[in-house]
Design a protein around this ligand. Structure first.
Ligand SMILES: *Cc1c(COP(=O)(O)O)cnc(C)c1O
Length: 421
């Protein structure tokens, strides 16, 4: 569910007409709904009610300061995957003891940053990382709380680029070697081994792979406890999918996900963490773009819009589907048209949809990409020297620009011409 609906023939973000935002900030732009962000966070928080738990928003999905502050003020922790994300979380007011640090390539500098500023735990992904973490903590006179990310070797049945829980993926340690690696961790004085971490992938539309992974985590918890480890926290990762196409079968709800967690892990008495990203931010954002031209090709019509692959790369990178709808509500019974929807970037990959049936639109009309809130703005670039597009946050009848569009001058002045030129 989201808060982007037609009212009186015009697409609204909560109580604000999308066309009004377009007039104020220009196109293309991202717009997010506060109510949708909060609703999705609350669904997860409610789903784990009765368990000692923390919902740590995976901020790589959408990391604007205003989005982080919105969720942090609602009580969310953060899952960060870089020093930059750690600093962003802190800047948005998230206390260190609500930040978990994931990722396969944490550098010693990033580890120091987090130990200095405070951290809930590091989710350690390899033995070499464990050694660097231990040495860094000892050198700073600190003890680093850790979970170890295990790779349960389950097939998440999602796009290959976002599956992370198969043995061939780079993430975590093989669950078969977990006892050995936990023993090694326990022997290191700079580490406090508090739990287990698992994250099997993103955009999962079925609970079965999660359940399989969590059953393995339950078994491992018992084994590790028998080995003498005080396992008291389970970080279950993120990955619950969202319905990108309105007509396909809806993925499982957070409530069902929570019930499954209670069923498979509730008896262990552990504190539960989850790290949803996409399901919190995905349907809370639109990308809005203007049609520049409608170009008739030999066997097809192209809708050439001012948004491009550098603004929203998911279709080019993952063959992702986004619903694309006109901002002016189509008249009932209006004839649909078929378009290839493309951006202005000089690559054939700059294609958002092929042979897409949608209501007819013309040059100058606005269109909105649904479900663009997650892995949208954060993955954007300035390829083709197209300035990063603005982000706007709506809250009921108010809206604010939360990242403005840079000027061409600002873009150019980031470069430096060496003295010899
Ligand atoms: C990306 C990621 C997440 C979030 O995944 P979503 O599919 O957006 O929920 C959570 N945890 C880790 C470790 C990740 O890498």
């Amino acid at each position: 569910m989201d808060h982007f609906l037609y009212r009186n023939g015009a697409l609204h973000a909560e109580d604000v007409p999308v066309a009004e935002i377009a007039a104020a900030v220009g196109t293309p732009f991202y717009v997010y709904s506060t109510a949708t962000l909060l609703r999705h966070f609350q669904l997860f928080d409610d789903a784990l009610e009765g368990l000692d738990h923390l919902v740590c928003y995976a901020m790589k999905a959408a990391s604007n300061q205003a989005i982080l502050a919105t969720l942090a003020q609602a009580g969310a922790g953060m899952d960060v995957v870089s020093g930059g994300e750690y600093m962003r979380a802190k800047a948005a007011g998230v206390p260190g003891d609500k930040i978990v640090f994931s990722g396969v390539g944490k550098t010693a500098a990033e580890i120091r940053l987090a130990l200095e500023g405070g951290i809930r735990q590091f989710n350690v992904e390899s033995e070499p990382e464990m050694e660097v973490l231990n040495a860094t903590a000892l050198a700073m006179g600190k003890i680093a709380p850790i979970t170890i990310r295990v790779n349960p070797d389950v097939d998440a049945k999602t796009h290959a680029k976002i599956a992370t829980g198969k043995s061939e993926n780079k993430f975590g340690i093989p669950i078969s070697r977990a006892r050995e690696v936990y023993a090694l961790a326990a022997s290191m004085d700079g580490l406090d081994v508090i739990g287990i971490d698992v994250h099997i992938g993103s955009q999962l539309t079925d609970l079965a792979p999660f359940e399989l992974a969590y059953q393995k985590v339950a078994e491992l918890t018992e084994q590790l406890r028998a080995d003498g480890h005080d396992i008291r926290r389970l970080d279950l990762g993120g990955g619950l999918g969202i319905p990108y196409a309105r007509d396909n079968q809806a993925p499982p709800l957070p409530l069902d996900y929570g019930a499954m967690i209670k069923r498979t892990l509730g008896h262990l008495g552990c504190e539960i963490e989850i790290e949803p990203g996409r399901l919190i931010a995905g349907n809370a954002g639109l990308m809005v773009s203007e049609v520049i031209y409608v170009k008739s090709g030999e066997d097809r019509d192209f809708l050439i819009i001012d948004g491009a692959m550098n603004d929203l790369i998911r279709p080019a990178m993952y063959e992702a589907y986004h619903d694309i709808i006109p901002v002016v509500e189509p008249a009932p019974g209006a004839e649909p048209a078929t378009f290839d929807i493309v951006g202005p970037v000089c690559e054939t990959g700059d294609t958002f949809a092929r042979g897409r049936q949608m209501p007819a639109v013309a040059a100058g009309d606005l269109v909105a990409f649904r479900s663009a809130g997650a892995y949208g703005a954060v993955m954007s670039s300035e390829y083709n020297s197209r300035p990063l597009i603005p982000e706007v946050l709506v809250n009921e009848d108010q809206f604010a620009v939360i990242r403005r569009r840079p000027t061409f001058d600002e873009m150019i002045k980031r470069d430096t011409i060496p003295e010899w030129l």
